[in-house]
Each structure stands twice: as C-alpha cells, then as structure tokens.
Design a protein around this ligand. Structure first.
Ligand SMILES: [Zn+2]
Length: 283
C-alpha cells in the first residue's frame, strides 16, 4: 500500500481542509498538548513523539477525540461558534440574496419592503386571509421572466449591478449556498441556483414598476427580491410546488433552527431565514 492511499483512508475530508472546524481543532490541540505534557513528565521523548502523532491525527482527521464535532456543537456557546463559522459571507456585496432585510446591526435597511412591493403592485391584500399575496399580474410577469433567465442573463444582470464585465463573474454551488464570485471574492450568496434565478427575474420585473428605481442601492434591490421570494410558489429549478418548513441547519461547527421554503420535487432550498432573527424582530 502506498503512503498516499493509506493517508486517503484515514483522512476525513468532511472535517479537514475547507471544512475544518476551527473550535474542534483548537480544543483537540489543547487536549493533545496537555496529554503530551503528562507523558513528557514520565519520559521526555514519549511526550515529544506523542505530540507529533496527535498533531498528525488532528491534521489528517480534523480532530483527535472521537465525537468532537458533536460535542462542540452541543457544549460550546453558539456565540463562540458563530465566529468560526465558514458560511460564505459576501464582501463587496452585489446585493441580491444578502440578508439585508433582517440585518439588525449598523446597516439596517430603512426600506419598508412590503410597502414598496405593494406600491409596485407586486403584492396586495389576499382575498381570503389577512395576509399579503402576489398580484396575478406580477406573478405572470415573474414566471415568464424566470423562464427566460438563464446563467448568461444572471451574469449580465449581476455585472450591471456591480459595474463590471459579465465574464468576471463566476457562479458556483458551495454546498449549502450558491455563490457568485468575482476574482475569488464572494459577491453574493443564495439558498440555491433557483433562488438566484428567482431574484434576478424579480429584479428585472420590479425595475419597470418602481419609479425611482435608479435611487435604490443594491442592498435595497436585494431586500426587495428576497422579500418577494418568500411568496414564490413554483420552483424555478424544476417547476415543483414549494413548501414552508421549520428545519435545523448545520455547518461544520454548529446547528440552528431556520424557516425554509423548499421545492417538493427536487428539494431546492428557495428561501431560508434564521428563526431567532424572525422571533427577535418586532411584530
Ligand atoms: Zn424544484
């Protein structure tokens, strides 16, 4: 057996490389150091050799103590784990798909999303229940636009928002998120390819329906597209029906409750919001 195949057999890609859980690694290095220190008191070379072995195990397998990822998820405070979470966070955000609508920090968007969408005749009071519904007219235009929105259209529209050439934008599936990159930097993330298509199509339809469109920042356009995406009832990826569910989201280090809309047929995640941000928001 060659060295590389042996390495491949012990390596756990789900806990190493891009997926390495930093809190797990830190906790395990501390445990390894303490254990080696004790062994080193017994016999110095033993301490040194054991530390090299422990470090090798942590490097190739992501952790030393069995069950560490589960244990850190359970016992380390969520606040700590969040610091290490490697969910893609857009830097030079293009807007579409950001969490602008629910930001509570300094960048709170002072845009009444529902009021603007009603003003644009995209949403109206439902006939049967006390809630908002898509207008027939908007739904028809949006559906038609979704059908003609392929990746070339998506790239062109994102590029226009950022003021760059469309060929500088690359689109990629990164597990939980579908992302747009410019030169290695995330500029936007969406729940799925379908969510991105829905947003770009909504952005196009809304442009004709909002008077001072040019005054809207990318963050505002993002919030409007996300705001309307909650009402999507047909999957842009496969045409299936869309369901609202409560789910548990998981990253390498933590798990948390989310509200999700998901396609019945292909499973595409079309909208997700952290349940705690919804509950904290004023009613
Ligand atoms: Zn689908």
């Amino acid at each position: 057996m060659t060295r590389s195949t042996l390495l491949d057999r012990v390596r756990q890609p789900e806990y190493t490389g891009e997926n390495r859980c930093v809190p797990c690694t830190v906790v395990n290095v501390l445990i390894a150091a303490a254990t080696s220190l004790v062994l080193g008191i017994v016999w110095v070379p033993l301490g040194l050799v054991s530390f090299v072995v422990f470090a090798g195990v942590i490097y190739t397998r992501g952790y030393l103590v069995p069950g560490t990822p589960t244990l850190t998820k359970r016992y380390l405070p969520d606040r700590v784990l969040r610091w290490f979470d490697k969910e893609p966070t857009p830097r030079d955000e293009v807007g579409v798909g950001g969490d602008a609508m629910f930001d509570t920090g300094d960048e709170t968007i002072e845009l009444d999303v529902e009021a603007v969408l009603q003003g644009a005749r995209a949403l109206e009071q439902c006939e049967d229940v006390d809630d908002l519904c898509l207008t027939d007219d908007f739904e028809t235009a949006w559906t038609r636009e979704i059908q003609r929105t392929d990746d070339a259209v998506v790239r062109r529209r994102l590029a226009a928002m950022l003021g760059i050439d469309a060929d500088r934008i690359s689109l990629a599936d990164r597990g939980r998120w579908f992302v747009a990159n410019v030169g290695g930097t995330y500029v936007g993330r969406w729940e799925s390819h379908g969510a991105l298509v829905a947003d770009v199509a909504a952005d196009t339809v809304l442009e004709d329906r909002i008077d001072d469109w040019d005054a809207l920042a990318n963050d505002h356009r993002s919030a409007l597209a996300r705001g309307i995406r909650v009402y999507l009832d047909q999957c842009p990826d496969c045409g299936g029906a869309v369901q609202f569910n409560q789910e548990t989201a998981e990253s390498c280090c933590r798990s948390w409750d989310v509200l999700v809309t998901r396609c019945d047929d292909c499973g595409s995640r079309l909208f997700e919001v952290d349940l705690s941000t919804v509950e904290e928001a004023p009613a």
